[in-house]
Write a protein that binds this ligand. Structure first.
Ligand SMILES: Cc1ncc(C[n+]2csc(CCOP(=O)(O)OP(=O)(O)O)c2C)c(N)n1
Length: 639
């Protein structure tokens, strides 16, 4: 177990933190930072973001009365310091492990985690809801603080919430943690605006004078405060005639301040506590602060580096003697470039995940044909629809769980208009250690519900390439969804020649007797393992890689239903409305009498763990599939 520093060792709650003199806060920050470095280097997890908010985290818990005051972290990948200070220090080594602490704030884990997060740009809405509730209950003293990064601020919801906050007159403090980074460098006009405001000398000089005035006056009672406030407003409105975006939304804007000066942060937050109404504090920080390699090196790599040698900064990579299969995301990234070289209509779109999706390969090779549009899934979908109206062929790559955000855009802007937009859904199925907020559990159900939509899943790299190839061939309308999981495929020699796949056609992997396993996507490789092992025991079952859940291969299904009385469906997606349901619908519609057992993600929230652990927990790893086959084939004794 990793030992905390001497001061941190005795901090089991924010109350313990408050017992320390302000002069000790710098040391506490150092110890907290070191504890995060020590733990993440050994156990992995998000890194740069938490290091960047160490001082802010300490200052917030020092000044505010959490958990009475409500502190909401946006995304939550930066909340490690918060977890450690709020009673979870000794469990922190279990962070993101199966059965351990969640990598994100979670309401059922702690009363200090006021709002469950994982997806971005929700914090202002959540905190505003809390603030309006407190106002309604007459809790005038209660504070509500949303901490949101400049990346998360690019998300539409953040603007919707500020638009509301500006007129709600509730007690909300938005802290904009500006480090110029999303996972990759932040993009868009807002980023330029924030940089301008941070570096404007005139603005900062007058701002400091106003701030000093305000600080002095606030100690002398209400009238003085009002005068100060008027002075401040007048100066500000003059000064901000260069127009402050936030002020124009009726949020009082303070800052920018140095987010690594814990003492200054404490005094600023203390001042802001006395100012009622909606306000925003712009804090400038460095992602990865305080650890050389992450602060000075490639901040994208250090967002979530995996385990590393904390002394040398060397990130550990698994080494193998034999060639390994690539990650599906890399097959996507390289295949995009190959296809785009041949077809000049192809465009790539990602909402803020260039390196996570590997679209960065195309962004580098063809910068005018691949776009990072910010953390803006809804916009990414409708922007792609716009490209398609002009005859271009967009491949819009969105993680399955983030696509949940853009469901209406898929329905309204793509499918109702029957536009041929291609969606590549990465991280489909269990996401692993990121947990339930990131599991891609629902896309099969929600995508197959929409008319004018094709939904496919490759079982290996070659199928992914061929599906992507097929998706750029001319077709009449219809959006085309290709879902694939996080991590590696199965084919080290993956750069196979392109071949068209007939839309709506599955393939026979093996025929068998009595029982057929129908799989959808990469998870079918578990079925291959299961059927191999069953063959060794003399049990021959059929296995069919259906490839498409919509349109589903009816010819193949007729063949299966006529030749097999028992069916097991396997999918890495939720059971309600999913692939197994599609098979059941076919059986009911065609009056077949087969019995069907469906394996997949059950109708409950599945927590975090490795993908393999979660597949096992839900009974659809190779062993689980094999056991289900044996169970279905063994007649139950009638009591
Ligand atoms: C809806 C949604 N899309 C994408 C992501 C993936 N994601 C996680 S953190 C992050 C960057 C956040 O940047 P910022 O808010 O500036 O925080 P920082 O990491 O810089 O502290 C992104 C894009 C997400 N969590 N939610």
């Amino acid at each position: 177990m990793i030992e905390p520093g001497e001061l941190l060792a005795n901090i089991n709650s924010p109350d313990d933190l408050k017992k320390h003199a302000q002069s000790e806060l710098v040391k506490i920050c150092d110890e907290l930072r070191q504890f995060i470095i020590d733990n993440v280097s050994v156990y992995g997890g998000h890194f740069g973001a938490s290091l960047g908010v160490v001082e802010l985290t300490v200052a917030l818990h020092y000044v505010f009365h959490t958990p009475y005051d409500q502190l909401v972290w946006d995304v939550g990948h930066q909340a490690y310091g918060h977890k450690i200070l709020t009673g979870r220090r000794d469990d922190f080594h279990t962070n993101r492990q199966y059965g351990g602490l969640s990598g994100f704030p979670k309401r059922k884990e702690s009363e200090y985690d006021t709002f469950g997060v994982g997806h971005s740009s929700t914090s202002i809405s959540g905190a505003l809801g809390m603030a309006v509730a407190s106002q309604f209950k007459g809790l005038e003293d209660k504070q509500h603080i949303a901490v949101i990064g400049d990346g998360a601020m690019t998300g539409g919801m953040a603007f919707e919430a500020m638009n509301h906050a500006g007129v709600a007159n509730s007690n909300i403090l938005i802290i904009l943690n500006d480090n110029c980074m999303s996972i990759d460098p932040n993009v868009g006009a807002l980023k330029d605006y924030l940089t301008d405001i941070t570096t404007s000398h005139t603005y900062n000089k007058v701002r400091d004078e106003v701030w000093n005035l305000l600080g002095k006056f606030s100690k002398f009672g209400k009238n003085a405060q009002e005068v100060a406030s008027k002075v401040e407003n007048t100066v500000k409105s003059f000064l901000l005639s260069q127009s402050n975006l936030f002020e124009s939304l009726n949020l009082r804007y303070f800052g920018p301040v140095d987010g690594h000066d814990v003492n200054h942060l404490v005094s600023v937050l203390n001042d802001l506590k006395d100012i009622k109404g909606p306000k925003i504090l712009h804090v400038v920080t460095a992602k990865g602060k305080g650890y050389g390699p992450s602060e000075k090196g490639d901040q994208t790599t250090w967002h979530a580096p995996g385990t590393f040698d904390k002394v040398t900064g060397e990130i550990y990579k698994k080494t193998h003697d034999t060639a390994q299969p690539p990650k599906y995301q890399d097959v996507f990234g390289h295949t995009m470039v190959e296809l785009a070289e041949k077809n000049d209509k192809i465009m790539g779109v990602t909402p803020a995940m260039p390196s996570g999706s590997s679209l960065n390969i195309m962004m580098k090779a063809m910068p005018d044909r691949a776009f990072d549009v910010g953390i803006a899934e809804q916009h990414a979908v409708t922007f792609s629809a716009g490209l398609a109206t002009q005859g271009l062929i967009p491949y819009c790559n969105i993680y399955s769980s983030f696509m949940q955000r853009a469901f209406d855009q898929v329905v309204h802007d793509v499918c109702i208009q029957n536009l041929p937009v291609n969606f590549c859904l990465d991280r489909a199925g269990f996401a692993g250690a990121d947990g339930p907020t990131h599991h891609g559990a629902y896309d099969i159900s929600f995508m197959r519900a929409i008319p004018n939509m094709i939904v496919a899943a490759p079982m290996n790299e070659q199928e992914l390439r061929n599906l992507m190839y097929t998706a750029q061939l001319p077709r009449e309308g219809s959006a085309f969804t290709i879902r694939y999981p996080r991590g590696q495929g199965v084919m080290p020699e993956w750069r196979t020649p392109f071949e068209q796949i007939t839309i709506g056609k599955g393939r026979v992997i093996r025929e068998g007797v009595d029982l057929a396993i129908l799989t959808f996507g990469h998870i079918g490789n578990y079925a291959v393992e299961a059927t191999d092992s069953l063959t060794e025991e003399g049990i021959e079952v059929g296995h069919f890689d259906m490839r498409f859940v919509k349109p589903i291969d009816e010819e193949l299904l007729h063949h299966i239903c006529k030749n097999y009385s028992k069916i097991i469906t396997v999918e890495d997606g939720c059971l309600p409305g999913g692939f197994g349901t599609a098979v059941l619908e076919f059986i009911a519609d065609n009056n077949y009498q087969c019995t069907v057992k469906r394996l997949g993600i059950p109708d409950r929230i599945v927590e975090h763990g490795s993908q393999q652990q979660l597949h096992k927990e839900c009974g659809f790893d190779a062993e689980g599939i094999k056991n289900s086959v044996l169970e279905v084939l063994t007649p139950v004794a009638v009591k």
